[in-house]
Design a protein around this ligand. Structure first.
Ligand code: NAD
Length: 358
């Protein structure tokens, strides 16, 4: 296949002094930024993505162009395809896997449950199977989610807090992933790091996320739903800027210890870590809308509604002291600064959206 020719010709992937990383979900929002950052600092990167149509496939193709410009090749394929994965691991001596491919989104799960099970459980196990039987095993770093804290009412969330009340199927599959990962660590000596991202936003972001479609709808003059929780409290998110998340991902890869297993046989205790990657500064959704109005210079039409029971939780807030201590993680971008960069990207990527009102 085409990728095999491209990959074997890419001698750099084999002779890198740095890491050699398989990034799954490379054409996704976080995957694109992480892949480019790794490549820029001299690591070997190969992407894998199935380019599914969960949201605008043209946006994924545009990200792919950006990746190609940066020298990152993305193999088009699915994490459920064991033969493809084995082939990739045969051809490239990956030292690390950055697993970002998943069915994301909380609300979509209400009508598309199988997509979550296929990618976040079956595909996840499939990828772990291939990693555990590769010799030497790659260190495995992957995206869990703040959603695992579910209906936990204790804030800020810290890694030791309860995660036994998921509010959505998405959250449940991420929580299941953490437990599945633990067994691969325990039985096969795979080195595992799970990163619980908190509402990531920024340029090249996901159109299904509020900050993105609010921008589109404000420009179109469409009403913006602002949900109010049943206790009349405001709904807030610990919005975390993409560059801060990327730094956390790179630090997790750099501090990942080698696996202790090889070819599926365990040799000793291996590293198992879970970190919150958030911003420690939750912002009410109403304030998000005010910042967007200011940056877009367009007044939003607000529509306050009771919060539906659709899998969303009321509040997220990360305690990041563990990531700070172990990874040196320290987010530096406040919401207005980050949204300014997002809005600049948006108006450039969708030219005419301001003039024509959408
Ligand atoms: P995204 O949807 O933009 O990226 C995921 C990519 O994975 C997509 O390009 C998709 O085509 C690909 N993919 C999905 N299923 C696949 C499969 N079976 N095989 C191969 N490729 C597949 O999402 P994102 O925002 O970049 O999220 C990256 C990761 O971070 C996901 O695991 C997500 O659950 C997690 N996460 C994201 C956020 C956030 O706010 N963005 C928050 C918490 C957790």
């Amino acid at each position: 296949p085409d990728w095999e020719r491209r990959v074997s010709k890419s001698a750099r992937l084999h002779s890198e002094p740095g890491l050699i990383v398989l990034v799954t979900g490379a054409a996704g929002f976080v995957g694109t930024h992480v892949s480019v950052a790794l490549k820029r600092r001299g690591d070997g990167v190969l992407g894998l993505d199935n380019f599914n149509h969960y949201y605008d496939p043209q946006l994924k193709r545009a990200r792919q162009k950006l990746l190609e410009k940066a020298g990152v090749f993305v193999v088009e394929g699915d994490i459920n395809d064991s033969a493809l994965l084995r082939k990739l691991f045969d051809v490239v001596p990956f030292t690390h896997v950055m697993h970002l491919a998943a069915q994301a989104g909380v609300r979509y799960a209400m009508k598309n449950s199988s997509s979550y099970v296929n990618s976040n459980i079956a595909g996840f196990v499939n990828l772990l199977e291939v990693c555990k039987s590769t010799d030497p095993q790659p260190a495995f770093v992957w995206a869990s989610s703040s959603s695992v804290y579910g209906l936990n009412s204790k804030v800020p969330f810290s890694e030791k807090d309860r995660t036994d009340q998921p509010a959505s199927l998405y959250a449940a599959t991420k929580k299941a992933g953490e437990e599945i990962a633990h067994t691969y660590n325990h039985i096969y000596g795979l080195s595992i790091t799970g990163l619980r991202f908190f509402t990531v936003y920024g340029p090249w972001g996901r159109p299904d996320m509020a900050y993105f479609f609010f921008t589109k709808d404000i420009l179109k003059g469409k009403p913006i739903p602002i949900f109010e929780a049943s206790d009349h409290g405001s709904v807030a998110r610990d919005f975390t800027y993409i560059d801060d998340i990327v730094k956390g991902c790179l630090a997790a890869l750099d501090t990942a210890k080698k696996s202790t297993g090889s070819g599926g046989k365990k040799k000793g205790p291996a590293q198992f870590r879970i970190f919150n990657l958030g911003n420690t500064s939750p912002v009410p959704v109403a304030e998000l809308v005010s910042i967007l109005e200011k940056l877009l210079k367009v007044k939003a039409k607000r529509k306050v509604l009771p919060m539906p029971r659709n899998g969303d939780v009321k509040f997220t807030h990360a305690n990041i002291s563990l990531a700070h201590k172990e990874l040196g993680y320290r987010p530096t971008t406040d919401l207005e600064t980050g949204l300014r960069k997002f809005v600049r990207w948006y108006l450039n990527f969708y030219p005419g959206s301001k003039k024509s009102g959408g």
